[in-house]
Write a protein that binds this ligand. Structure first.
Ligand code: SF4
Length: 223
C-alpha cells in the first residue's frame, strides 16, 4: 500500500481520509478478505460517533452502514432515544465500525463472521484518525467488540444503561462535572444473532440507556 493510503500520514481533512479509507486493501493484502469494500458514512461537524462491529451483507451491497435488519432495529432504538427517525440519525451521526469491510459469513453459514483481532488491529488506524478529526462529544459503541475498544475489560452487563467518560469513569449527566471527552454510551448489538437481550433485566438496561440518549444528542451538538 502506498504511504498516501496510510491513515495519519498526510491526510489533514476528513474527506481525504475517507477517500484513502475507501481505497484500503490491508485485509486483502493480509489474506483475510478476497476484496475490500469499506462502509461508513459521515461528514465534518457531526459530534456523535456510532461504532459497530462490522458491516453485514446488506451494508456491503448498498455501501450504507447499518442498513440491514440489525441496523433497522438500531434505528428504532434511536427513535425511542430521541432522534426524529432514521434520516435524522444519518444526518447527525457519523457511522463506522471496528472493521469497515464485510468479513463474510461464518463457516456454518448461520451468521456473519466476527472480525479477528488482527483485522481489528489492521482497521484501528482508520478509527483513530476519524476520532481525531471528528472530535466527537458522544461515542456509542455497539456490541462487545466496540466496547472492548472504548472500555477495555468491561462487560456489556456492567455498562449498558450507564454513561462513561473517555477515562472510564461513570458520569451521571453531561456538563455536571469536568469529564474526559468523548462521553461513552454503550449499547448491545441489535443483531438477531445476539442473545444478550433475551434476559428481561438486560432489556431494562437497554431502556435505561435509551432514556439517557435524548439530552446527550443536544449536548453533543452544542459544544
Ligand atoms: S476492514 Fe479496514 S483495514 Fe481491512 S481492508 Fe477494510 S478498511 Fe482496510
Amino acid at each position: 500500500m502506498a504511504d498516501a493510503d496510510q491513515p495519519g500520514s498526510g491526510e489533514t481533512t476528513l474527506q481525504s481520509v475517507q477517500e484513502a479509507q475507501r481505497r484500503c486493501t490491508r485485509c486483502v493484502d493480509a489474506g483475510y478478505l478476497a476484496t475490500s469494500n469499506p462502509v461508513f458514512s459521515g461528514h465534518v461537524g457531526q459530534r456523535i460517533l456510532l461504532v459497530g462491529q462490522a458491516p453485514g451483507p446488506v451494508e456491503n451491497d448498498s455501501t450504507r452502514p447499518f442498513a440491514g435488519r440489525a441496523g433497522r432495529q438500531l434505528m428504532r432504538w434511536f427513535e425511542r432515544g430521541g432522534f426524529a427517525g432514521e434520516a435524522d440519525v444519518r444526518r447527525r451521526v457519523y457511522m463506522t465500525s471496528m472493521t469497515t469491510c464485510f468479513p463474510g459469513r461464518t463457516v456454518d453459514g448461520r451468521g456473519d463472521r466476527r472480525p479477528s483481532s488482527r483485522e481489528v488491529a489492521l482497521c484501528s488506524g482508520w478509527l483513530d484518525t476519524i476520532l481525531g478529526l471528528l472530535a466527537p462529544r458522544l461515542v456509542m459503541p455497539i456490541g462487545s467488540l466496540a466496547l472492548a475498544r472504548f472500555l477495555p475489560g468491561r462487560r456489556l452487563d456492567d455498562v449498558v444503561g450507564r454513561l462513561f467518560d473517555a477515562s472510564g469513569a461513570v458520569v451521571e449527566a453531561p456538563g455536571v462535572v469536568p469529564v474526559v471527552l468523548p462521553l461513552l454510551l454503550p449499547l448491545p448489538h441489535p443483531s438477531g444473532q445476539s442473545r444478550w437481550l433475551n434476559d428481561p433485566a438486560r432489556v431494562r438496561q437497554l431502556d435505561s440507556a435509551l432514556s439517557r440518549l435524548a439530552p446527550l444528542i443536544g449536548w453533543s451538538e452544542s459544544g
